[in-house]
Structure formats: C-alpha cells, structure tokens
Design a protein around this ligand. Structure first.
Ligand code: GLU
Length: 465
C-alpha cells in the first residue's frame, strides 16, 4: 500500500499541473525540509530498558514556527509522518494560519501501556526535541493527534519549561494544553466543530456538485470513528438537525435508517472501549461495511486509507467529508469523483484544530486571555446603547434580558465565532479558485491554492530572486 507521503505527492502533482509557477520552486514547496529520527531508551513497566523509535518532520519553514500534532501509534513510520507534516503546511495555508507544517510520531500503543510509561516516553521525547532545536514557541510547536491529548501536552509543556526556565513564552511551546495550564476553551472541540462548519459551507454551495439542499435538517450521516474529532463533529451535526444513521468503530459498526442515539453509543464506547455490544439497529461485525450503507454524508473521522479501490464503488453517499487525515487513497478519489460524489478534502475540512491551536499560541504569547481586555469595553458599549434606546423609547427591558444583552463576548464566544468565520472564508477561497480556474474538484483547488501561496512566500522571502 502506498504511504501517506505517496498520496500527498500524487495530489500535489495533479494540482501543480494547473500552476504556471517555476517547477524548481514547486519542487521546494513539495519537499520535506527536515526529518529527525530518534531512538531513545525508556524504562518500561517491567523495569527493563525499551528502545523507543520516534520522528519529527518539519515540512516547510516558509513561516515559523512549524506546527503539527504528535501521534502515538505502533503504525507510525517516517513516510507517514512526512506525509502528515506536508498536509499540515497546506492546511495552515488554506486557513491563513502563519505556520509551516510539521508532524511527530512515537512508535508506541498508548492504550496498552501504563500512564507512567507514557509519561516517561513523553518527557524523554521533549528532551530529545529540545536538544536538537526541534521544539520551542518560535521553532516548532506540537499539538494533540491520534493517541495523544491534553495529558501529553501538559507533560510536554512542563518538560520544556523545566529545560528552558528563561523562556518567558514557554507555554507557547505546545498547544492543546489543559485549560488550567494555559490552554484555550474550544480547542478540544475545534476539529469536530470545524468539520461541521465545512459541511454546512459545502451544502450551501450550489456549485459544489452534489444534489443536497442547504442545511442539515433530516440529512442522513454515517460517521467512522467516535474519537475526539468524530464525536464532536457528530454531536454538532445532530444538534443542527442531521440524523446519525451509521457509526463505525474499530470493533463493529451500527446502522439504523431511523437514526441512532449517538450520545448513548459514545457513552457506551467510553465505558466499554467499543460499540459491538450496543443494542441498536443492524450490527456489522466488519465495521467497514457500515461505510457502504445509504446516507447523504459520509464522515471518515478515524485513520488514513479507509476509502480505497476496494470499497469506492460501493459507497452510497452524496458527500464525503474527510474529517480524518488522508482517509481516501488517490485511486479511490478518482473513482468517487467519476461517480459524481462530492468530496470535502481533509486539508480544508479538519483545519479547525490547527486554527484554534493558533489562537491558543497567540494567547500564550500575549500572556492574557482574549476576553480579558475586551469584555469591559464591550459591556460599556452595550450599556450605552441600551441606555440610549431606553431614553428614546421610554421602555425599560426586563432585568435578565438587559443583563444578557449587556454581557460582552466570553473567550469561548471569541474562539468559536472566529473559527466559524475562518472556515467560511477558507471555503470561499477554494470554491472560487475552483470556479475561476476550471478545476476538477475541491481537493485540487485546495492543493493549488495553498501550493501557490507557499511558493509565493518563498519568492517574497527572497529564496528565489
Ligand atoms: N493534529 C492536528 C492536525 O492534524 C492538530 C495540529 C495542531 O493543532 O497543530 O491538524
């Protein structure tokens, strides 16, 4: 099977055909600048020394710091990390976040290991990265990814801080931190929420190529993966009227055309580590079959290479929303496109996570929360407006309504509204480019938009006079 980096290369080359920029320059945009492969010893649960393999790829330095998650999985290898780092560069360009792309991977299965072992691995990883200048608020900023979360980010922040006590911006060395450790509200939900906005934007686009009406009311959705991204996307979609008809997990899939109780299934998964025993609808022991059931929107939110030449012919969705990274192989992509299925590509659709990571990093560098300096002034402005309206009309609002209208935006209001705006503007950019340049699909448009933007940055930096 081709690697994520091979997939990325093919998508890149297809999009690059539509560009008349210098070929050498485009080669630089495509290539992965740095790759650091580490092997380090860590004491395991049995008190023995275990050698851990880990990688950090920095794909592009046209903007600094470089940015991207760290995944913990036994599937991790250099090519996967390189491909995911490249995707990060293009993601950041699409959502106008001023970072180069990076990605890290550690070859362990965190679900089978003790928290103490995972902590030792994480702290040792930071020492390796720090000693080789592969981490820092102005160098390279990790974040959560598959198999990591707030807990690991807290260990990263703490270790970096211990190693760099004089770096006043030390908390900006990693994003996706717990709220109590200078994280930002909304980061945990951000990727899923971004997926929701991306789907809404595509449904409202009459030229996207699907036959669905705008809005989510009654739309049938199948979600693969109820992890952080899939769960929050599914929750948001169903809160806005969609019907979750299928859920595929690692151990089984469930399908019910009348709709599934997504919250109850998520709760069951949380308690039992799977959904096979949940009593609902039709159960597929081979969870992949769930993806082939009838629906309007299919949301692969798990791992890479889920839609391949083996199942692309049998997918019955009108729209595929790539919440995961690289869930569709290029050959499957071609089959789906030829079958008239609209695909919202990963590099746009799951960029909500890095967008809110950007907000968290900005907050860490400014050492103040977004609402703190705004809220007093916003309160005052609404108070004045309400006083004026009251003076003109002679009518006073009930106290609780007045209190609600007077209140300035909270930090979560600022984060979520800025995320929605970013996803809207980015969609507009790629769909306009697709129209103007006569491109075959949204993925080609997303790649072309970002590769030309990154190439242009290299030109402006003077690398190519
Ligand atoms: N791992 C996430 C991604 O693939 C988040 C990256 C970040 O926030 O830096 O987009």
């Amino acid at each position: 099977m081709a690697s994520i980096y091979d997939d990325f290369s093919r998508y890149f080359d297809e999009a690059a055909q539509f560009s008349d920029m210098d070929r050498g320059l485009l080669e630089q945009v495509k290539t992965c600048n740095n790759m650091y492969h580490m092997s380090f010893p860590v004491e395991n649960e049995a008190g023995e020394i275990e050698v851990i393999e880990a990688y950090r790829a920095q794909h592009s330095h046209h903007r600094l710091p470089t940015k991207g998650g760290i995944r913990y999985s036994t599937m991790v290898d250099a090519d996967e990390v390189k491909g995911l780092a490249a995707l990060m560069t293009f993601k950041c360009a699409i959502v106008d976040v001023p970072f180069g792309g990076a990605k890290g991977g550690v070859c362990i299965d965190p679900y089978q290991r003790s928290p103490e072992f995972v902590e030792r691995v994480t702290r040792r990883l930071v020492i390796e990265l720090d000693h080789h200048s592969f981490i820092g608020p102005s160098i390279d900023v990790p974040a959560p990814d598959y198999g990591t979360g707030e807990r690991e980010m807290a260990w990263i922040a703490d270790t970096y801080r211990t190693l760099n006590p004089h770096d006043i911006d030390h908390f900006g060395c990693v994003t996706g931190k717990p709220l109590t450790l200078h994280g930002i509200p909304g980061r945990r939900e951000a990727t899923g929420l971004g997926v929701f906005h991306g789907i809404i934007n595509c449904l409202s686009d009459p030229e996207a190529g699907h036959n669905l009406s705008p809005g989510l009311d009654g739309k049938r959705v199948i979600v693969q993966g109820l992890g952080n991204v899939g769960y929050h996307a599914a929750r948001e979609l169903s809160d806005h009227g969609a019907r979750i008809v299928g859920i595929a997990e690692h151990d089984a899939g469930l399908y019910d055309a009348n709709g599934l109780d997504m919250e109850a299934i998520a709760q069951h998964r949380w308690e039992h580590g799977g959904i096979a025993a949940f009593p609902a609808g039709q159960v597929f022991a081979n969870s992949q079959e769930t993806l082939e059931q009838p629906c309007d929107i299919l949301v692969p939110a798990a791992l890479e290479h889920q839609l391949t030449v083996d199942n692309a012919d049998r997918i019955q969705a009108e729209v595929i929303a790539e919440a995961a990274n690289a869930p569709t192989t290029p050959d499957a992509d071609r089959i789906l496109r030829d079958r008239g299925i609209t695909l919202i590509p990963d590099l746009y659709l799951n960029a909500g996570g890095v967008t809110v990571s950007y907000f968290e990093w900005l907050k860490n560098l400014s050492h103040v929360s977004f609402d703190r300096m705004l809220v007093g002034a916003a309160d005052m402005q609404s108070r004045r407006m309400l006083d004026t309206m009251q003076a003109i009309t002679g009518n006073a609002l009930p106290l609780h309504e007045r209190a609600m209208l007077e209140r300035g935006p909270t930090e979560i209001d600022i984060v979520n509204n800025s995320l929605a705006k970013t996803m809207g503007e980015s969609y507009e950019r790629i769909s306009t480019l697709r129209r103007e340049r006569g491109l075959p699909d949204l993925r080609t448009a997303a790649y072309l938009y970002s590769l030309e933007l990154v190439a242009q940055s290299y030109v402006e930096l003077g690398f190519f006079p």
